[in-house]
Design a protein around this ligand. Sequence first.
Ligand code: 5AD
Ligand code: SF4
Length: 455
Amino acid sequence: MPSVFIKTYGCQMNVRDSEQVQRQLAERGYTLAAREADADVILLNTCSVRDMAEQKALGRAAHLSALKKRNPNLVLGVMGCMAQRIGDEVLERLPDVDLVVGTQKFHQVAGYVDQLRRSKDGTDPGEALRILDTEAEAGSQNTIREHVLAPRQVSAFVSIMQGCNMHCTYCIVPSTRGRERGRPIAEITAEVRRLAEQGVKEVTLLGQIVNLYGRHEFPKDERGRSPFVQLLEAVAGVDGIERVRFTSPHPIGFRDDLVDAFTELPELCEHVHLPLQSGSNRILKAMRRAYTVERFHELADKLRAARPEMAITTDIIVGYPGETETEFEETRAAVRRAGFDNAFVFRYSPRSGTPAAQMEDQLSEDEKMARNQELLREIDEINRPRAEGLVGRETEILVEGESKTNPARFQGRTRTNKLVLIDANERFRGELLPVRVTETTGFTHYAEPALVGVA
Ligand code: 5AD
Ligand code: SF4
């Protein structure tokens, strides 16, 4: 049986898209290869959000070309955001790449792979030797719906929408993922129901800006609640679903109905990943992020009022064109004021074709690096007392399975999305388990089962 190796870069959306491709290949008889060197088909699912992500994928694809010398029938494909953005260039620069598939065509990948294999092994010599498909396709948001679940997998991603209509000046995503378009609530709920029947207890709803889900397609309900809140309610109501998460929302359009959902839906976990990007109002405006830092704090405060345990994490870009030392200090102050549980800090990366890339006052890599380090230190400092405060306390985790770093341990997450490790024990796999935290390194916590008699 032919085998496939899929390497995924970038966000959770990409992880989910890769899973869909894997499932469609599995239905055609492909198995998963453990290593690239053993695979008959290698697919890279790429990200364009920063230049580094693209360079990594391009480097990998070039490196993998060498495998073709041993196996001329190998199919090498590039999918996703970078394929969408610079597909032609990828084909031109990398003669060994056979397949380039954009973000609206994941559902075609398995068919294309079969076609390429037939062409290579001579069964079908008339077929095209290289395929590029980066067209837009109406309804493509509805094609990401099947899952490949590992045995006793309890947590799954569900893609609820595609695309983004915002115009953040630094961001390439609107051009790689297209216009905003949502899937019908009934289809998403049916998918979640199927997952629950297979034992899934936690779902994370995915979209570029989830709180704007369905605003063009579906009406508010009789209580004036947005389509997204209606969707949350429907998903939380599915039998067997104990935890619901979503990522990522935008501070714009994060209205009271969504804040209220946290008091009304017990399944909704106490964690929101809410990208701030900058703590300077001037920079926010330059980025075309239509909120102020004061409004952001107001929203964070409301969320904490709705659920005192609420964990808030964020994304920050340092070194946006023209960012002064004072403006960076404003970001640092905002991070402290918001008391983020964690933050992803990104050095601004110019993306060609976006307005910010044309600006003249670009910062040097050294300046960006220094600000990045400083902010990470700040976040560590903010988080430490909170992490230490967890030691000795009881909390509930959903045990996902082997830890990524140490198979002798199982990992799970608290409702607030903190990573917790326990000694591996099959009885706990897939369970909601009360634990007592014994130790912390800051962002990773160690714990033992808290129930008397089960340890
Ligand atoms: N440079 C650096 N970071 C970026 N992000 C998006 N575009 C860029 C860019 N050009 C960050 C934002 C976003 C996260 C997914 O990536 O913080 O929230
Ligand atoms: Fe990267 Fe954005 Fe595409 Fe996700 S949607 S893969 S973060 S460019």
